[in-house]
Design a protein around this ligand. Structure first.
Ligand SMILES: [Zn+2]
Length: 330
């Protein structure tokens, strides 16, 4: 199999193309835009400007909140809420999507973090019947189910933002998640910001959202305008430093396992499905971003991917059973 000389991505990676020198389209994009993507002062300036504009809009609209932040209890969302409130002086509304996949660890973290963060918080759930149908259909059609959570998480953020006149929705997507499929500036921060749900979902679904919209089965809330901002598109901090920071500031508890995603019990299931369908672990694209940015060598990234592959070859039967119990239509 062919692979990119720079980042090591193999030719089975999503929509990859190689130039004559054997460099992939994602590395080419990164090299051509490196200056903007790595300009820390400029990124901070853009972020600050967005926050100030948000505060102004919230004030004009008479909103109680400047921003809405999805809160899973994981390190990234907890860190973001802390920073927005303490460093940027934002009035934050945190919200949690109860999708029936959360772990005890995640629930405990949410509870203890809220005591320290002192922000308003809502938990919401949607029709269980509808959710089960969506998960089942998604597994059948795409051998994947995370897309359903992404969609409804963002769908309801826009709905709540609209109802409460909140101008900003701030998310915890990492630099790796933002850049893993970036080969044009369309929809990619810091080049472009999305102001509507469908524009935002373009970043993750690359056209699938368009097809879903055309079927009319998906309501993209087109009359609700709110700006989506990815905190980590504008800030640089390692996973380790994020965890240390939270341990120190709010007594956050780090997960025991190695894979991250300790807040979703079905993560192993998602990984196995990725291996079965795409042939590589979920974080492959994110690891390639780290290689491109000089944080890992190709060999180091490959070592991590190999471990994921071994760990997720098979899902423990009790997790598989719990997963299908959760998604099957009653
Ligand atoms: Zn590459």
């Amino acid at each position: 199999m062919k692979r990119c000389k720079k980042c090591g991505l193999w030719e089975n990676y999503t929509n990859i193309r190689f130039n004559q020198e054997g460099i992939c389209n994602y590395c080419e994009f990164y090299e051509n835009h490196k200056e903007s993507l790595e300009n820390k002062e400029e990124l901070e300036r853009i972020f600050l400007q967005k926050m100030e504009e948000g505060k102004k809009k919230a004030k004009e609209a008479g909103s109680k909140y400047d921003c809405l932040v999805g809160f899973s209890g994981g390190k990234d969302s907890t860190y973001i809420i802390y920073q927005l409130k303490e460093r940027y002086g934002m009035r934050v509304l945190a919200f949690t999507f109860d999708n029936g996949f959360s772990t005890e660890y995640g629930k405990n973290n949410i509870e203890s973090a809220l005591e320290k963060l002192k922000v308003d918080h809502i938990t919401f759930s949607m029709s269980d019947d509808k959710l089960r149908k969506q998960y089942t259909a998604c597994v059948k059609m795409m051998h994947n189910f995370c897309s359903v959570c992404f969609h409804y998480m963002h769908y309801y953020s826009y709905l709540f933002a609209g109802q409460n006149k909140i101008p900003l929705i701030i998310n915890g997507r990492t630099k790796g998640q933002i850049l893993q499929c970036a080969d044009s500036t369309k929809g990619i921060e810091p080049f472009e910001s999305s102001h509507h749900l469908k524009d935002f979902e373009y970043q993750m679904f690359k056209g699938l959202e368009d097809r879903a919209d055309k079927t009319g089965r998906m309501d993209y809330l087109k009359d609700i305008e709110a700006e989506a901002v990815s905190y980590f598109a504008y800030h640089e901090i390692s996973e380790e430093d994020t965890m240390k920071f939270l341990e120190e500031k709010i007594g956050w508890v780090r997960p025991k396992g190695v894979s991250g995603h300790a807040d979703c019990f079905a993560h192993a299931m998602a990984e196995t499905m990725s291996l079965e369908k795409r042939g590589f672990p979920i974080r492959t694209g994110e690891l390639a971003v780290s290689v491109r940015r000089g944080e890992l060598t190709i060999e180091e990234a490959e070592e991590i991917a190999k471990k994921d592959q071994e760990n997720f070859q098979e899902v423990p039967p009790e997790i598989r059973k719990r997963f299908y119990d959760r998604i099957s239509v009653k």
